[in-house]
Design a protein around this ligand. Structure first.
Ligand code: MRU
Length: 345
């Protein structure tokens, strides 16, 4: 299987199939979802994760909700569906792609009369396909910057699994590897959900891209050895000033990168840029259950009696970011002015 064919979200016309990312790489299984509540639960429970993938999934959740509401309530569907959209919006707080996709579906809903399902389905499919196209464009643009890198470091999973397909950070890495610009990927294992060890490593192995896993705490040492020239990561939300929210641990990677003269790239579609938040301070950071840190997949490893703090994202200040790569273009050394110009283009 290649990044061309890894599809975390499959729309089957009357139901949604989600690749269950909680059990990868041990098992490759899809879950069948038929209503919006199941979709919200799947997002909350990490069946599907990664900012663009969450947004696309929620868009299909709206289609499922519309089918149920129209069948039950006829013309009353428009009022009734607002509760479904609200439950989808409550599933995870940080990735702005979720709210972006729900708002886009909401704008279409306002214009609809009669049976809404077919047109909402077309919109959700467009969101999915536009995401894949954006990733391919980012792959080309980002790969140009990576010329001459023998190693790159990535954190979490910003691959095909985190998007409609192809990936953001891993899309850049994949394009760069295909062009002979990268020799090896170093992947932080990414505690506590191990998206790096389970998902990024799996994607790279499928692609036959050499991948070395490292404990999250090994990243600065890796840089001190001169093994990587670039860090390439995705994002859950980019503020109007270029501050970047991403998986917890990204911030310390960015600090280490600047210290060692390693360049730091964020690859994200413009649907990840939130012009409503001025800086990273305003980005809501999700905190998840302490058990995720106190154990590994349900097996307690921490001393009994210990508590845990589990913020799952952090904010990297814009001044530590060398490049933001979007489908609309590349912003070097991001500032509020440059981001505004990109979004207006
Ligand atoms: O908690 P997750 O797995 O949803 O976190 C995902 C990340 O932090 C990704 O890096 C980000 O969403 C970008 S995905 C293209």
């Amino acid at each position: 299987m290649s990044n061309e064919t890894i599809r975390p979200i499959v729309w089957e016309g009357d139901h949604l199939e989600l690749l269950d990312q909680r059990i990868l790489p041990d098992r490759y299984e899809y879950l069948t979802l038929t209503d919006a509540d199941a979709v919200a639960e799947a997002i909350r429970d990490m069946v599907v994760r990664g900012a663009p993938a969450i947004g696309i999934t929620a868009a299909f959740g709206v289609v499922l909700a519309a089918r149920h509401r129209f069948a039950e309530q006829g013309d009353g569907w428009k009022a009734a569906i607002q509760a479904d959209i609200e439950r989808l919006a409550q599933s995870r707080p940080t990735a702005v792609n979720l709210f972006w996709a729900l708002e886009r579906m909401g704008r279409l809903i306002e214009t609809l009369e009669g049976d809404p399902v077919a047109l909402l389905e077309v919109e959700a499919i467009a969101i999915l396909e536009e995401d894949i196209a954006a990733n391919r464009r980012m792959g080309e643009l980002g790969a140009e910057l990576l010329a001459g890198s023998n190693g790159v470091l990535t954190h979490c999973n910003a691959g095909a699994l985190a998007t409609g397909g192809y990936g953001t950070a891993l899309g850049v890495i994949r394009s760069a590897f295909a062009a002979g610009k990268v020799e090896r990927v170093y992947a932080d294992e990414t505690r506590p959900w191990l998206q790096g060890a389970r998902l990024t490593a799996w994607e790279m192995v499928q692609e036959k891209i050499p991948v070395s896993l490292l404990a999250d705490g090994a990243a600065a040492h890796l840089m001190s050895q001169g093994k990587v020239q670039w860090v390439v990561v995705g994002s859950d939300r980019i503020a109007a000033n270029g501050d970047v929210a991403n998986k917890i641990g990204t911030y310390q990677v960015a600090i280490a990168a600047r210290h060692h003269g390693v360049k730091f790239m964020v690859a994200a579609p413009t649907s990840t840029i939130d012009m409503q938040v001025k800086s990273g301070k305003e980005i809501p950071i999700e905190t998840r259950a302490a058990e995720e840190v106190l154990g590994v997949f349900g097996n307690r490893i921490a001393a009994q009696g210990a508590e845990a703090w589990n913020p799952v994202f952090d904010v990297t200040p814009a001044e530590l970011v060398d490049a933001i790569v979007t489908e609309k273009g590349v912003v070097l050394n991001p500032t509020a002015e440059k981001i505004a110009a990109l979004m207006a283009s």
